[in-house]
Write a protein that binds this ligand. Structure first.
Ligand SMILES: C[S@@+](CC[C@H](N)C(=O)[O-])C[C@H]1O[C@@H](n2cnc3c(N)ncnc32)[C@H](O)[C@@H]1O
Ligand SMILES: [Zn+2]
Length: 301
């Protein structure tokens, strides 16, 4: 089973990273490239200076809303399905997984735990998000859930399943070529080329995207006209579609807070007219359809 430092690379020069005290130190380039482990346990691997122009990730409040909402278990069926698909398509006992656009990593941690507890796998997971808030929140929870050491990525973790969080750009992943069995992309932009580069031969990319009826009831309250569209994700060069499933169930939002959190974590909250938002936010409960489509793409040889 590889350790996290076996698969990471320096985002500036591609060199090997070593854990020295509370930093990851690049041993590759002529200049010293150092990345400190933040107090929450994540490491910022966004190249210095590039963060300004790059997508800077979801705002802290959106992350908090998503965190509170996901902790209700409303979307657990979605990470259950991703872990089931990984177990179905990957037979290795030890699975190295990269999650691109992990948010605060609720699903990432659940996928790792499900693979361990239900499917008997050991998992090394590296999760990346452009948002430092997301990476920080993920790392704190990974430590609480004994999926990572307190010092984060600088210290090797003795557990057989570990999840490490990084602030990073998924279109330029600081991960070694052909080092992962699995890449995961849930409700995030798909970095096809980078995912292909980091996958081993026989590896899979698992993508989750909102289905046509996802949150239909909420959309009916806030929009005059609801446009429904099924996600059609065609494989980019170097991938073939090997599996496709969907998950659909009804979840009842049981309080105004839960409705506000779900609304606050979706892009709807930016484009809803104030009157419509008020209508939704005055409700005390609402049953919504959770509908997600899953695509498994195999790395073509
Ligand atoms: C809708 S959220 C999904 C989060 C998580 N996968 C989940 O299902 O809860 C999409 C995430 O992608 C991240 N993201 C978008 N572009 C990115 C990029 N270029 N590099 C890293 N993360 C990115 C955002 O910051 C955001 O947290
Ligand atoms: Zn370097």
């Amino acid at each position: 089973m590889p350790q996290i430092l076996d698969i990471l690379t320096c985002p500036l020069c591609g060199g090997t990273l070593e854990g020295i005290e509370k930093s990851l130190v690049c041993t590759g380039g002529t200049k010293k490239h150092n990345y400190d482990v933040a107090k929450e346990g994540y490491v910022n691997l966004l190249p210095p200076g590039k963060g300004k122009n790059a997508h800077t990730g979801d705002e802290a409040e959106m992350i908090r809303a998503r965190s509170r909402f996901l902790q209700t278990g409303a979307y657990d069926g979605l990470s259950d399905e991703v872990s089931r698909l990984i177990a179905r398509h990957i037979s290795a006992d030890s699975v190295t997984l990269v999650d691109s656009g992990c948010g605060e990593g609720y699903h990432t941690r659940r996928i790792a735990v499900k693979l361990r507890d239900l499917h008997g796998r050991r998992v090394l997971c590296a999760a990346f998000d452009a948002s430092k808030h997301g990476a920080a929140s993920g790392a704190k929870a990974a430590f609480r859930e004994t999926l990572a050491p307190k010092a984060g990525a600088a210290t090797p973790f003795s557990g057989d399943t570990s999840v490490y969080f990084f602030a990073g750009n998924i279109f330029s992943l600081p991960i070694r070529d052909t080092s992962c069995e699995v890449a995961v992309s849930m409700f995030a932009p798909i970095a096809w080329e980078e995912n292909r580069r980091v996958l081993k031969d026989g590896g899979v990319l698992v993508v989750a995207a909102s289905g046509r009826d996802h949150l239909r009831e909420m959309r009916e309250i806030i929009y005059d006209e609801v446009i429904t569209k099924s996600p059609e994700i065609l494989p980019a060069d170097g991938f073939t579609l090997v599996d496709r499933t969907s998950v659909r169930y009804t979840h009842t939002l049981g309080s105004a807070e839960e409705i506000a959190d779900l609304f606050g974590m979706t892009p709807f909250c930016y484009k809803t007219p104030p009157e419509a938002a008020k209508r939704l936010l005055s409700m005390k409960s609402l049953a919504v359809t959770v509908h997600t489509e899953f695509f498994v793409f195999g790395k073509a040889l």
